[in-house]
Design a protein around this ligand. Structure first.
Ligand code: ZN
Length: 424
């Protein structure tokens, strides 16, 4: 993930099924669930992962490479669990449908019709197809049509699934022409400090710190806590299926919010000259040093990797590169004089024991992350004599809401129109 950034986009469509066999597709998604569960069950049993695809494919009543895609996704979930513990250990006892994941031109096919529609054909079961046309937003249909005409796009796997009882197809397409700018060719580094209830962003150029923004998202923390409590309650009552449903809802809620926050980060970064987004490589800290309490809390309270991944691929669509730094001491270092000591920090306040500088601690961390990015790219670290006032916005369900903590006139008229340039 660090060096290669595929320009991948997922396009969502509704399926207008015209072959009168919607139930066939539904059955296939139930079959996909069985394949998923079986994979997780075997993996938990300690079966060699290389042997799992064939074992599952033998029993599944699905197109073989479709089963393999579902198995791969299930193993990916296990791998994420071991590596990042994003959403807890995957369950092998859920029921209901699971997305039918298929390879292009194997498990599903698309074609342009004479009417200008995109027709689909999904091999729901071996030799049994579901056919119809795709419905969706103009932008997504537009990209897909361009991709079908072979103009610099490649069509990849797709997932057929039911959302609110409507059949959908989510198609992955990759832009093979657009490139991400070389990191070395950047002029502004955007340090991103991800926390349980906010992200702090700092833009650092040769001239010093250009701007800082803190995006608060208290509802993610709140909802995660709420779902956690509800899940515990039903678990104690022995109701596994409700437990699983709640888990699914929580995951969807959090993912949706993280997508919005990541979009916001990219939008904000775009205003600066040749930006490069810098993240903490949390894997590095897990592997190398003993995690402090703050780091532990951060690792366990938010799917960080998801937010970083969403941001990095959205950025790559804008040609913006991403850099990764070792997170050691980013939260304890004074951004002004560099003095590093655990006692500098007290919750959301940073007060340097050496020079006396006071700061919002997450902003301080985001400055330090940007500074580490500068060092990594081998630039000269600019002398920081003063830092701009921290600007805050709160991200709510309806979008970004201005909650300014500052009243000074803003550079670039950023707050003047009150909408932050974020489109959901
Ligand atoms: Zn200091």
């Amino acid at each position: 993930m660090t060096d290669t950034q595929a320009l991948l986009k997922t396009l969502d469509f509704q399926l207008d099924i015209r072959s009168d066999n919607e139930s066939l597709l539904y059955d296939a998604t139930l079959e996909a669930r069985l394949a998923y569960n079986e994979t997780i069950r075997l993996a938990k049993q300690g079966v060699d992962w290389d042997a799992i695809p064939d074992r599952v494919a033998e029993d599944a009543n699905l197109v073989k490479n479709t089963t393999q895609r579902v198995v791969a996704k299930a193993l990916g979930a296990m791998e994420n669990y071991y590596e990042y513990d994003d959403f807890g250990q995957p369950s092998h006892t859920k029921d209901g449908e699971y997305p039918l994941r298929a390879n292009y031109e194997e498990g599903y096919n698309l074609s342009l019709t004479d009417d200008g529609d995109v027709a689909f054909r999904i091999s729901a079961k071996p030799y049994k197809h579901v056919k119809g046309v795709l419905k969706g937003s103009d932008t997504h249909l537009d990209i897909l049509k361009t991709a079908l005409e072979g103009e610099g796009w490649k069509i990849g796997t797709a997932e057929a699934l039911f959302h609110n009882e409507n059949a959908e197809l989510h198609v992955n397409v990759t832009n093979t022409e657009q490139t991400v700018r070389d990191k070395q060719d950047s002029r502004t580094l955007i340090g991103v400090d991800v926390n349980e209830d906010n992200v702090a962003l700092t833009a650092l150029s040769e001239g010093g710190v250009e701007d800082t923004l803190v995006i608060d998202f208290p509802e993610i923390k709140f909802e995660r806590h709420r779902y956690f409590t509800m899940r515990k309650r039903v678990q104690n009552a022995g109701k596994d299926s409700i437990h699983d449903t709640l888990e699914g809802r929580e995951e969807r809620f959090v993912r949706d919010r993280l997508h919005k926050v990541s979009r916001h980060i990219v939008e904000w970064s775009r205003q600066f000259e040749r930006p490069c987004i810098v993240f903490e490589d949390l894997k590095e800290i897990r592997d190398s040093i003993d995690c402090g309490t703050r780091m532990n809390r951060r690792l366990h309270h938010l799917p960080f990797r998801a937010l970083q991944f969403y941001t990095s691929y959205k950025a790559s669509f804008e040609g913006i590169p991403t850099a990764w730094i070792n997170p050691e001491y980013t939260s304890q270092r004074c951004p002004m004089c560099g003095h590093t000591e655990g006692a500098n920090r007290n919750k959301k306040r940073l007060k340097c024991k050496d020079c006396g500088h006071q700061d919002h601690s997450d902003r301080g961390a985001s400055v330090n992350i940007a500074v580490k990015g500068v060092k990594k790219l081998d630039w000269n670290v600019p002398a920081l004599n003063s830092l701009p006032v921290v600007r805050k916005v709160r991200r709510q369900a309806s979008g970004a809401v201005d909650a300014p903590t500052v009243t000074h006139p803003t550079v670039r008229g950023y707050q003047a129109d009150g909408r932050m340039g974020v489109s959901d």
